[in-house]
Design a protein around this ligand. Structure first.
Ligand code: UDP
Length: 253
């Protein structure tokens, strides 16, 4: 393949220039990081699984009218996406208390929340992605009030879609993070779901056993991460077949 210009490299993905203006190629690495990259590992097959799973979630969202950056999958590790201007916020939706909200507010992990809670974190590694309020976001110009309303509504639609999908395969969607970007059509701007949706950015618990099927397996040393993601992919029917580079026999049913 011809060498392409790298536009950005993050912890788990690389972005290359796309074949047409307004597009990018998103490459999924096998690297896993946690705790602001203090913990790192390479997990064989993770990139392939996340490429497939993100394709599955994003194309489903596109199909129900929730706009995302996903155009099409190119190969086992790459997908063609629309270039967006990323809003520097991580949007987290929580259905059940876990992780930072449990720590911050002293709510026991596993407590169902009275309603989905949407939170914003300022994307800044040096500061450790601090939680910010809508006041901060508007005062510092990261987004407008209209953007915020649109972001909450997008995030809740993603939550409804993903929760239902997961419930259907015996998985509880505890929480997840999305990123949102701006695209322009002439003078008209709209917000779309960007980045990725995968078990790297969700908490997924088996409904029956409570077994964790997400990145907490890596964060908390609970077992093999690729096995957990493979389990999610298998339940959802997202099954990379032979020749995709994932050689685990569990993938080839
Ligand atoms: N999350 C993420 N990237 C981040 C921080 C959080 O994808 O940089 C996801 C995380 O996997 C979980 C949700 O957002 O599904 C809520 O994370 P939380 O605030 O509880 O933080 P954590 O406990 O992961 O530090």
């Amino acid at each position: 393949m011809a060498r392409r210009k790298k536009v950005y490299e993050g912890k788990a993905k690389i972005l290359y220039e796309g074949p047409e203006p307004g597009t990018l190629v998103q490459y999924f690495k096998d690297d896993a990081t946690a705790f602001n990259a203090e913990k790192r590992a390479t997990i064989e097959g993770k990139g392939v699984l996340n490429n497939r799973l993100s394709e599955f979630f994003m194309s489903g969202l596109n199909a129900i009218g929730v706009p995302t950056h996903f155009i099409r999958r190119l190969n086992m590790r790459e997908q063609l996406i629309r270039a967006v201007e990323i809003i520097p916020l991580e949007v987290v939706v929580r259905n059940v208390a876990a992780g930072s909200i449990s720590k911050r507010l002293g709510i026991e992990e596993g407590t169902a929340l009275p309603r989905p809670i949407v939170e914003f974190y300022f994307k800044n590694d040096e500061l450790g992605d601090p939680l910010v309020s809508e006041e901060h976001i508007i005062a510092f110009g990261w987004a407008t009030q209209q953007d915020l309303d649109d972001m909450v509504s997008l995030a809740l639609r993603v939550n409804d879609f993903l929760s239902g999908l997961m419930l259907g395969v015996g998985i509880k969607l505890v929480d997840f993070k999305i990123e949102i970007g701006r695209i322009w059509d002439g003078d008209y701007m709209r917000l779309i779901v960007a980045d990725e949706i995968s078990p790297d950015s969700c908490r997924l618990w088996d409904i029956e056993t409570g077994k964790k099927l997400d990145k907490d397996v890596f964060r908390r040393d609970l077992g093999n991460l690729a096995d957990a993601y493979t389990e999610v992919a298998r339940r959802l029917g997202v099954m990379p077949g032979p020749g995709t580079g994932v050689t685990k026999p569990t993938l080839i049913n």
